[in-house]
Design a protein around this ligand. Structure first.
Ligand SMILES: [Zn+2]
Length: 305
């Protein structure tokens, strides 16, 4: 902003730059099996029961400060998963969970406290985009009753299939009375940038945040492309991969549908070719903080210049 302009004026530059910041929020720590994170030729049940190589798994979500309001990408985990022994309704789920993840959580990891620590009231969140319906991404929705919760219609359809809990989609934490769910469908687009995705959804109608289907981890998983002048583009990919470099190398994780994971990987890589500098940011990647700060640091240069 130049000195001559009053503080609240919309300069041509600011008109093109609707996002003031993107924050990576840490919502707790966990461990998963190496076979889960990096894939394995062994059957899933083998590593779930006999795997001994545990690797760290950060739980993260993202806060986007858009001029129309605050937007969350995912809502973290509810720490009640550790303190409430009936948090997961089915005994088999409680039994398996302990063999798939080791969580280190406390009350401060609930989304309202995480947001408070970041200087934001949970009641100020206008929209929460849910990349997919796994419990460690929807765990904060009870704390966000005012927020519109965007989910892909394809993901929502999993709830009507038999046994969504077998895919760690737990109705008891999703179908809650306070939640303002809105299913979104992707609009076909002839924008060559999005070729291969089969549609896109522009959240605010200003191209700054575009949702794109990236199935594989779950059938209705989606990613969010953040773009504005002066920044490197950012693609928040949820759990499509656990680390950006694994997507580059076509290394699929130990869960999800391998064929659709590989197909989404290829489409995302094609997007990278068309969008030089694209930062691919998975939810459980330790590199997320650096990737987001590197992508957005150009703001400083632009403002100084
Ligand atoms: Zn997941």
């Amino acid at each position: 902003m130049t000195d001559a302009q009053p503080e609240n004026s919309v300069s041509p530059q600011n008109a093109k730059r609707p996002i003031s910041a993107v924050q990576v929020l840490r919502c707790g720590e966990a461990e998963q099996h190496a076979e889960h994170r990096y894939g394995s030729r062994l059957p899933q049940l083998w590593w779930v029961f006999f795997g001994t190589r545990w690797v760290p798994l950060p739980l993260q979500c993202f806060l986007i400060h858009h001029r129309n309001g605050l937007i969350l990408f995912d809502t973290g985990i509810d720490p009640a998963i550790l303190s409430d022994k009936d948090y997961i309704r089915q005994a088999i789920g409680r039994f398996l969970l302990r063999r798939i993840f080791r969580f280190r959580l406390n009350a401060s990891n609930r989304i309202d406290h995480v947001l408070e620590a970041a200087g934001v009231a949970a009641s100020d969140i206008r929209t929460a985009v849910i990349s997919h319906l796994h419990f460690d991404h929807v765990g904060g929705i009870a704390q966000l009753p005012q927020a519109e919760l965007l989910v892909s219609a394809r993901e929502w359809a999993i709830l009507s299939q038999p046994h969504p809990e077998r895919e760690w989609i737990l109705r008891e934490h999703i179908e809650i009375p306070s939640a303002k769910w809105r299913q979104i469908t992707f609009t076909p687009t002839d924008d060559p940038l999005f070729e291969g995705f089969g549609g896109a959804y522009d959240i605010e109608g200003d191209s700054s945040m575009i949702l794109l289907p990236t199935p594989g981890h779950t059938a209705g998983s989606m990613s969010m492309l953040i773009r504005q002048e002066g920044w490197d583009p950012i693609l928040l990919v949820g759990d499509l991969t656990y680390e950006a470099c694994l997507l580059d190398q076509d290394i699929v994780p130990g869960t999800g549908d391998k064929r659709s994971l590989l197909s989404s990987f290829a489409i995302v890589r094609r997007l990278s070719e068309r969008l030089p500098g694209l930062r691919i940011v998975p939810s459980h990647d330790f590199g997320a903080v650096d990737a987001v700060s590197q992508a957005t640091r150009q703001t400083a240069k632009l403002e100084k210049g």
